[in-house]
Write a protein that binds this ligand. Structure first.
Ligand code: GSH
Length: 252
């Protein structure tokens, strides 16, 4: 097995764009150095820790996340994920499957970018969040729900995981944490996320380190501190016996 020194994944001390690759590395039980950079405190959120390293790592395009895999040094989150996908044979069994996996990685990335606009760029956060949850998110969820129904597999492509699953799960989870809806209209997605959470290879990581790490930087309007699944408010399914919903968790 490779030593911890073979692979270094560098990123902010958040889930953000690096977590799909971290999940893949944990799933494949790959030892790696999880290099975490911290932001300074408000109001400046200084990036000194990263800036000290930025131009001395030998990256052609210095950015976070980055991956050092032996002599290979790359940035760009999707490139890192597909590199790891190829390395661990998680990019499908033929060209067509690989293309669909890449499509799914791009599609779920689009969703994350929309979420970023809400979390980092919204001026009127509550209004922008409402528009995202009422209009944008349902469009994405319906597309993924229909895809899962059409394919009829346990995971996106087949009954074994591919690189796309690590990213889709992660970015759906970011949206789930923000959303107040129970997603009852998307039963396949709910089953998919539940099955992912229960993967024996990932359960411990998901319930430990992963759950404690915020999804966003601390300057974000949402997700800058870790939000626990158990405490975030979800509208309960509407049944006569429904209990009142718990109080919302404190967020960023
Ligand atoms: N397209 C790049 C975007 C990378 C990016 O925006 N990185 C942010 C964090 S998510 C950053 O702080 N980069 C460090 C820098 O700009 O120096 C990717 O997907 O990896």
């Amino acid at each position: 097995m490779a030593s911890k020194d073979q692979i270094t994944l560098g990123y902010w001390n958040i889930r953000g764009f690096a977590e799909p690759s971290r999940l893949l590395l944990h799933y494949t039980k790959t030892p790696f150095t999880n290099k975490l950079y911290s932001f300074g405190d408000a109001p400046d959120f200084k990036r000194e820790e990263w800036l000290k390293d930025k131009n001395s790592l030998g990256l052609d395009f210095p950015n976070l996340p980055y991956l050092i895999d032996g002599s290979l040094k790359i940035s760009q989150a999707k490139t890192i994920l597909t590199h790891l996908g190829r390395k661990f044979k998680l990019m499908g069994n033929d060209e067509a499957e690989t293309s669909i996996i890449e499509l799914l990685i791009d599609q779920s990335n689009d969703l994350r970018q929309e979420l970023n606009n809400v979390c980092y760029r919204a001026i009127n956060f509550e209004a922008v969040k409402k528009k995202f949850c009422d209009e944008t998110l349902p469009i994405h969820l319906k597309l993924f729900e229909d895809f899962l129904v059409r394919r009829g597999k346990k995971w996106l492509i087949s009954d074994t995981l591919t690189a796309a699953d690590f990213q889709l799960f992660e970015y759906l989870d970011h949206c789930w944490l923000l959303s107040n809806d129970d997603w009852a209209e998307y039963p396949k997605i709910l089953a998919y996320m539940k099955a992912f959470r229960e993967l024996p290879e990932l359960k411990k990581y998901l319930e430990g380190e992963h759950a404690k790490r915020p999804i966003n930087g601390k300057m974000a309007k949402f997700g800058g501190v870790a939000v626990q699944h158990e405490t975030i408010k979800k509208e309960p399914p509407k049944t006569e016996e429904s209990e009142p919903a718990p109080a919302p968790a404190e967020t960023a």
